[in-house]
Design a binder for this molecule. Sequence first.
Ligand SMILES: [Zn+2]
Length: 263
Amino acid sequence: MIKWKTFAIGCSLALALLLIAQHKPSMPDPNVYRAVIDLTHNVNNHSPNWEGSEQSPFQAKELGNIERDGYYSRVFTTEEHYGTHLDAPAHFAKGMWTVDQIPVERLVRPLVVLDVRSKARSNPDYEIGVQDIADWESAHGEIPTGGVVMAYTGWDERWNSQKEFRNVGSDHLSHYPGFSLEAVKFLVKTRSVVGLGIDTMSVDIGASTTFPVHLFTSNQSVYHLENVANLGLVPPSGAMVVVAPIKLEGGSGGPARVMALVK
Ligand SMILES: [Zn+2]
């Protein structure tokens, strides 16, 4: 009797486990990744800012200190688009997801890194084109469906100088590389990418005044990661990205901790 009961319980358990296994979303197995790479710059008051102002948009003030209060704490203010940050689709498209509304499944995805440093070095206005994607695919295979594609332009070497990072020319426009609209349309329409990333301040080129990539992607529910760091430490293919933006209700974006799990 007891044996039969045990057998029945065992069978039910096995069935339940089988059902769970079948319905489990394909999440990265931590055992197959050898390292976690931090793709995030520190948040401080001396990072380049969009406006190029001397006064940093980030300020932190001490509230409590150990000697006086027995604990340490601060209050801080920042722009949503400062440091390594996420642009939610609501940033350029009314009614689309704000940062808190982006489904978490979209924040853990296969990561593709397009190394365009050699082109960006000779042309700061370089626009990543369909050919760059074709070159990546001929070396590594098709870009995984539903992934996040990041451009490694080498621009983060300039991070410690606002002047060099913004690179404003005599035309009063910034000059740094970005994605072309054509390449982004290809990535979104044929590879269903859910996010774009770059190590500059914008997924559009610095000299853009109309932001065609921002407008297109926002309307397609695609988010951006800007001012990404350390892309040189991530292989072009095979990594997973973990994107952890602040869950700021109604936010157009916000500071994000971005990590790559590498094999
Ligand atoms: Zn932004």
